[in-house]
Design a protein around this ligand. Structure first.
Ligand SMILES: NC(=O)c1ccc[n+]([C@@H]2O[C@H](COP(=O)([O-])OP(=O)(O)OC[C@H]3O[C@@H](n4cnc5c(N)ncnc54)[C@H](OP(=O)(O)O)[C@@H]3O)[C@@H](O)[C@H]2O)c1
Length: 309
């Protein structure tokens, strides 16, 4: 059977009992790396078939099981990792009678990898403290490939001791796991990341569309200029596929609109001016209207050129 994750070497770390909630595009391989690194992993997924498939794939590690509720998964765990969709999804797996907090033992740490608001991070941090638990907001960058390769970049908010306790375990699926500041700071750093991406992808889209209108050999132009000052991850990894009109590379337009909504809400609160980001958010709304909800974010170029079949 083909593995959903690619092999990597793990730094030695004490074996932990952990839970993982949410086995989506990101969570499934992240939990897989935790199992392969030697941790005992209990998974929970709303759609149980995914937990069963995950357990079958990683059964060979000898330390995996699945639970019927987040509460059950969290019982006895030192660390509960989570990666679901948005603020409300997060609340639904954390709070309430069947939520993870109801099952966690005092001192246990909840690490949330969902891209969510800084406000929900602070809300859950406060709820955790009231129960003698700890909470870290830890959104990720690196996409599906980063999760499969165990090479994500993770931006964390929370207390230094909780961060220090989690880091050796989390390095099973990340190449950088960094504390930015107090609760909410991880989510704010992820917003900075998304603001950069919005402007970069629009700039790259305009550049490629311009080159095509000018009749240039755009793969050749991208090869040349990616060695110079215009170079970017987006240009290196998405430029040629944008020229080809291929948009099936992970991070979906729907997710980007969710993230830009979080960014624009936060900017209303903190007074930052984001004129280009607000415009690009509306451009992504055009892509959604054209049916591109699940296309990846490089499909922004479709507003400027005719999408190839
Ligand atoms: N994909 C990327 O490239 C990428 C990159 C960086 C960050 N992120 C962020 O990472 C998070 C997850 O993304 P993803 O691509 O892994 O999403 P996904 O494939 O859609 O998976 C979402 C997961 O959350 C679960 N879920 C959603 N709502 C739930 C609810 N109300 N209760 C319980 N479980 C719920 C889903 O369960 P079911 O299986 O039952 O639907 C699934 O396991 C998002 O916040 C996204 O913005 C994604």
């Amino acid at each position: 059977m083909t593995s959903s994750i690619n092999p990597r070497t793990y730094e030695p770390a004490p074996a932990r009992r952990v839970a993982f909630l949410g086995l989506g595009v990101m969570g499934y391989p992240m939990a897989g790396h935790l199992a392969r690194a030697g941790h005992a992993v209990t998974v929970y997924n709303r759609t149980a078939a995914k937990s069963e498939a995950w357990c079958a794939e990683f059964a060979e590690t000898g330390k995996v099981q699945h639970a019927n509720t987040p509460r059950e998964a969290a019982q006895g765990a030192d660390i509960v990792f989570c990666c679901v969709g948005n603020d409300d999804d997060l609340r639904s797996v954390v709070l309430g009678a069947d939520g993870a907090f109801a099952g966690m033992q005092p001192g246990a740490i909840f690490v949330d990898h969902t891209t969510a608001s800084a406000a929900v991070a602070r809300e859950l941090d406060t709820a955790a403290k009231a129960l003698g638990l700890q909470f870290i907001d830890a959104p990720v960058s690196g996409g599906q490939a980063g999760a499969q390769n165990g090479q994500l970049t993770v931006m964390c908010g929370g207390s230094q001791p909780a961060f220090d306790a989690v880091r050796p375990t989390a390095l099973a699926f990340s190449r950088a796991f960094t504390r930015i500041g107090d609760s909410g700071a991880g989510q704010l750093a992820k917003m900075v990341n998304q603001i950069c991406i919005a402007g970069l992808v629009q700039g790259l889209s305009e550049a490629i569309a311009f080159g095509q209108h000018a009749g240039l050999d755009m793969p050749l132009v991208l090869d040349v200029i990616s060695k110079g000052a215009a170079q970017s991850w987006q240009m290196e990894n998405r430029g040629k596929t944008m020229v080809e009109g291929r948009f099936d590379f992970g991070f979906a337009v729907d997710w980007m609109r969710k993230d830009l909504g979080l960014v624009l809400d936060e900017a209303k609160r903190n007074g930052a001016r984001l004129p280009v980001t607000a415009l690009v958010d509306q451009f992504y709304a055009d892509v959604q209207r054209a049916g591109g909800n699940r296309w990846d974010t490089s499909s922004l170029i479709t507003r400027l050129v005719t999408k190839k079949a």
